[in-house]
Design a protein around this ligand. Structure first.
Ligand code: FCB
Length: 476
C-alpha cells in the first residue's frame, strides 16, 4: 500500500497572496489623464502582439476594482500585489502628479485594507511613459532619475497605508526583452542598449528605494522582484559550465551583483568586452544601487538548460516570452538553449518545482538573513468553462501544489520565505501573447468580462484558510 502523504503545512504567519500588473488588467487607458506607455504604443503596432491584442480594456479592473477586491476577500487572500501605472500618475514621466490617477490607487488600497488584505505595491511593471522612451528610454541615465521622482510621488501618496513596496518587477525582462530580443515594448533590438538599460534599471532601483525611504515611515518594507533563473548546464564539462556561468551572469548576477553585493560579476565584463566598456557605470553608482533591502521578491516559472555551442545561433528562438530572430543575450551567441525535460504548460514552459527550491536556497545563501517572498508563480492552461459554466483546471492545481510544496521544503531547509503570490488573480493580457494564455485562478469571459473562480481558486482559498495544502485530487 502506498504511504499516505504527510500534509504540507505552512507557518501561521505565511502570507497567501495573488499578483497582477496595471497594464495587464486595468484598461481605461485614456481616462483621468493617463497617457500612453510603451506598452500602449507597442501593442498597437501591427505584428507585435498575438492577434494585435492590446490592453485598452483588458479586464476593466479600473472600473471593477471593488468587485475584484470582494472576490479576493471571498477567496480569503491575505495579500494582493498590484502595480501602479506610471503614466496614470505622472503622464509625461516627469513633473507634478495627477491626483485623479493617484486617487484610483488610494481607493483600491482603502478597499483592500477594509477587507483585511495587505496591499503590496510594485512601482514599475514594464509600462514606461512613452515620453520617456521618446527621450531614449532605459538605455538613458536620466530615466533612472525620473523613476526616483515618480517613486517619491507614489511613496508620499500611499506610504501611510501600504507597507510592502517593490521598486521594479523583473528588470531582466524590461532590459533584455525590451531592448534585446524586442519581443516586449519598446521592441528595440540593440545589444549595447540592453546592457545600458540593465544598469540604469539597477540605478533606478537604488535611487527609487532611497526616495521611497525619504518619504515613508521606517516600518515599510522596500524590495524588488527578480525573475532570477535557475540556470543548469547540460553537463559538468568545462565549456558547458562556462556557458551556464555566462547566462547566469546575464540573467541573475547583472542584477543581484550590484543590488546585493555592490559589484557586477567580473565574468560579466569579460563576456561582454567585445560589445561595451561599461563606461556608463559612473563613480558612485554601485553605492547608490547597493541599498539595504527589507526583503527580496523571487518570480519563478521554469528553469533554463544550456550548453556551449560552436555554431553561431541562428533562426527564431524562444526564451520564455516570445520568439525573435534577435537574441536577448548580448555576448552569449555561443550558448545554446535546450528544451528542459518534463510536462509543459500552455506557454511551453516545463514544470519543475525543483528549480524553485534551488532558487530559494541560492538566495538564502546569496543574501543571508534577507526575508524572501515568492512574488510570482503560476501556470497558463487552455481553460474552458464546462456546460454548467464551471472551470476545472486540475493541471493548475497540480502545478501550484508542486511549487508550494517546494517552497515548504525550502523553509524546512532553513529559508526564510514569508509569503507566496500566485500569478495571477485573473486571466489577463499576457503581453506579446495577448489574451490567449490564461494564467488566472479566476476565469475571465472576454466577451462579458464576467469573472468565474476556477477550481484552482477554490483549492488555493482552502490552502490560504487552513495553512495546509489540500490534496491535488480534492474536488472543488
Ligand atoms: C512574468 C511577468 C508577469 C506575467 C508572467 C507570466 O514574467 O512578470 O507579468 O507575464 O510572467
Amino acid at each position: 500500500m502506498p504511504e499516505p502523504m504527510t500534509p504540507v503545512s505552512f507557518p501561521p504567519a505565511f502570507l497567501w497572496g495573488a499578483a497582477t500588473s496595471a497594464y495587464q488588467i486595468e484598461g481605461a487607458v485614456r481616462e483621468d489623464g493617463r497617457t500612453p506607455s510603451i506598452w500602449d504604443t507597442f501593442s498597437h503596432t501591427p505584428g507585435k502582439t498575438a492577434g494585435g491584442e492590446h490592453g485598452d480594456i483588458a479586464v476593466d479592473h479600473y472600473h471593477r476594482y471593488r468587485d475584484d477586491v470582494a472576490l479576493m476577500a471571498d477567496l480569503g487572500l491575505g495579500a494582493y500585489r498590484f502595480s501602479i501605472s506610471w503614466s496614470r500618475v505622472q503622464p509625461t514621466g516627469r513633473g507634478p502628479a495627477v491626483q485623479r490617477g493617484l486617487d484610483f490607487y488610494r481607493r483600491l488600497v482603502d478597499e483592500l485594507l477594509a477587507k483585511g488584505i495587505k496591499p503590496a505595491v510594485t512601482l514599475y511593471h514594464w509600462d514606461l511613459p512613452q515620453e520617456l522612451e521618446d527621450a531614449g528610454g532605459w538605455p538613458e541615465r536620466d530615466t533612472a532619475h525620473r523613476f526616483a521622482e515618480y517613486a517619491q510621488i507614489v511613496g508620499e501618496a500611499l506610504g501611510d497605508r501600504v507597507e510592502q513596496w517593490i521598486t521594479l518587477n523583473e528588470p531582466w525582462c524590461s532590459a533584455f526583452l525590451g531592448y534585446g530580443s524586442g519581443v516586449h515594448a519598446p521592441g528595440r533590438t540593440e545589444p549595447v542598449a540592453t546592457l545600458r538599460a540593465a544598469h540604469h534599471l539597477n540605478l533606478a532601483h537604488g535611487l527609487g528605494a532611497t526616495a521611497l525611504r525619504s518619504v515613508m515611515p521606517a516600518r515599510n518594507s522596500v524590495a524588488l522582484s527578480l525573475n532570477s533563473s535557475t540556470v543548469r548546464p547540460v553537463s559538468q564539462g568545462p565549456a558547458d559550465l562556462v556557458a551556464a556561468r555566462k547566462i547566469d551572469d546575464l540573467a541573475n548576477g547583472i542584477f543581484h551583483g550590484p543590488i546585493l553585493h555592490g559589484a557586477y560579476p567580473a565574468t560579466l565584463f569579460t563576456a561582454t568586452e567585445q560589445l561595451t566598456d561599461w563606461s556608463y557605470v559612473l563613480d558612485g553608482d554601485l553605492a547608490a544601487i547597493n541599498q539595504p533591502l527589507d526583503a527580496l521578491g523571487l518570480n519563478y516559472y521554469t528553469p533554463a538548460l544550456v550548453s556551449a555551442s560552436d555554431a553561431e545561433l541562428a533562426g527564431p528562438r524562444a526564451d520564455g516570452h516570445g520568439a525573435s530572430a534577435h537574441s536577448p543575450w548580448p555576448g552569449a551567441d555561443d550558448v545554446l538553449f535546450h528544451q528542459t525535460p518534463g510536462d509543459r504548460t500552455a506557454m511551453g514552459w516545463s514544470i519543475d518545482p525543483t528549480g524553485l527550491h534551488e532558487l530559494i536556497m541560492r538566495y538564502t545563501r546569496e543574501a543571508p538573513g534577507l526575508p524572501l517572498y515568492i512574488t510570482e508563480n503560476g501556470a497558463a492552461y487552455d481553460d474552458k468553462p464546462d456546460s454548467e459554466g464551471r472551470v476545472h483546471d486540475p493541471e493548475r492545481i497540480a502545478y501550484l501544489h508542486g511549487h508550494l510544496a517546494a517552497v515548504r521544503r525550502a523553509i524546512t531547509d532553513g529559508a526564510d520565505v514569508r509569503g507566496y503570490y500566485l500569478w495571477s488573480l485573473l486571466d489577463n493580457f499576457e503581453w506579446a501573447y495577448g489574451y490567449e494564455k490564461r494564467f488566472g485562478a479566476v476565469y475571465v469571459d472576454y466577451a462579458t468580462l464576467t469573472r468565474t473562480p476556477k477550481s484552482s481558486a477554490h483549492w488555493y482559498a482552502k490552502a490560504a484558510r487552513t495553512g495546509t495544502l489540500p490534496e491535488v485530487d480534492e474536488v472543488f
